[in-house]
Design a protein around this ligand. Structure first.
Ligand code: NCD
Length: 328
């Protein structure tokens, strides 16, 4: 079964051109990328792109880690990188449409890395750019609250390195905590983790911000075991992995102050960390606010800085797998 969001994510020869949704990450695609990332992390040289390949990082929404790790990953492969991050410096200020702006970027780049608020606009760009004389590679670096598939690839890399994705060890329980409704990293990670049958899911959301209906339906349709729970301490006592997420209040809706207070009661403190089994791992895509006490940073179960560090190699391995077509 094809997991492509639209036919245009592939070139006419069937090779992958655009990576935009987490459902594209079936285990057969992920595992070679993770194995290559491990080699790169141990010093293997990246396979360079041909001379004068250009990458444009177009970020309409704020970013620290994703932007930097993509910029360094593309640079390590020999891409000449340029970025558009401050929209006030672009021709959008002069009334240019998003379509024309994206067309310009596509005409001038072999690789386009996009963070912007509208997933449908991203899919439109994939479709229209396929008809250009030289369609660029396109990678989704976050599309509004919808998708963040490369963060999921990195989260999965840490889960894999910590043994959570190995089915031979029996069933494993993953606890999701915080704003689970408007989080693109949670949405995308759930889509990827559906591929591992030995995983069970426990959701401890801020009240009213549980997983989206379509993710719950997907879990049901795939026959996965899950529960929604309001006792975080109980959920932690036999968890194998925990995924925390901050309040996504930039998307509006609800009472931010009330939600923040509730998230405060779910804060990961050193005492809470000690409820977890010794082999467990805790992830957070960052940036964090108060969901995690920085006093837990040095606990061996803390996986968030490892995820940041390793993310550059995962993104390098992904970009290597998406090498541009050689000029004919
Ligand atoms: C996340 C994002 O931007 O979606 N951060 C990231 O890319 N590592 C998470 C967030 O902003 O909460």
């Amino acid at each position: 079964m094809s997991m492509d969001p639209c036919p245009e994510v592939r070139r006419p020869d069937g090779t992958l051109r655009a990576f935009v949704e987490a459902r594209q990450l079936v285990p057969d695609i992920i595992l070679p990328i993770l194995s290559r990332a491990e080699d790169l992390a141990h010093g293997a040289p990246p396979v360079p792109v041909s001379l004068a390949s250009s990458a444009t990082l177009f970020f309409q929404q704020p970013s620290t880690r994703t932007y930097l790790s993509f910029a360094h990953a593309a640079g390590s492969l020999g891409y000449h990188t340029a970025d558009l991050r401050d929209m006030r410096t672009t021709s959008f200020e002069k009334g240019e449409s998003l379509e024309d702006g994206l067309r310009t970027i596509a005409e001038l780049s072999e690789l386009v890395i996009l963070r912007q608020p509208n997933h449908e606009a991203l899919l439109d760009f994939i479709r229209t750019s396929a008809a250009l004389p030289r369609p660029p590679i396109v990678v989704n670096a976050g599309s509004g609250p919808s998708e963040h598939p490369t963060q999921s690839l990195i989260d999965v890399a840490t889960l894999h390195r910590r043994g959570i994705l190995d089915p031979s060890g029996g069933p494993k329980k993953i606890v999701f905590v915080g704003d689970l409704q408007r989080s693109r990293t949670v949405n995308s990670l759930l889509d990827v983790l559906l591929g591992w049958r030995h995983l069970t899911f426990v959701f401890v959301p801020i009240a009213g911000l549980g997983p989206s209906t379509c993710r719950i339906q997907a879990l049901q349709a795939m026959g996965r075991t899950f529960e929604v729970c309001d006792d975080l301490d109980e959920a932690l006592t036999n968890a194998d992995a925990v995924y925390l997420q901050r309040l996504q209040d930039e998307y509006g809706g609800g009472d931010t102050q009330k939600h923040e207070q509730e998230l405060e009661s779910l804060r990961l403190t050193p005492a809470r960390m000690d409820l977890l089994p010794p082999h467990a791992v805790v992830l957070h895509p960052l940036p964090r606010r108060r969901e995690i006490d920085p006093a837990t940073d040095h606990d061996p179960r803390a996986g968030w800085w490892e995820t940041v560090r390793y993310g550059r190699f995962v993104r390098t391995a992904l970009l290597e797998a998406l090498q541009p077509e050689s000029p004919s």
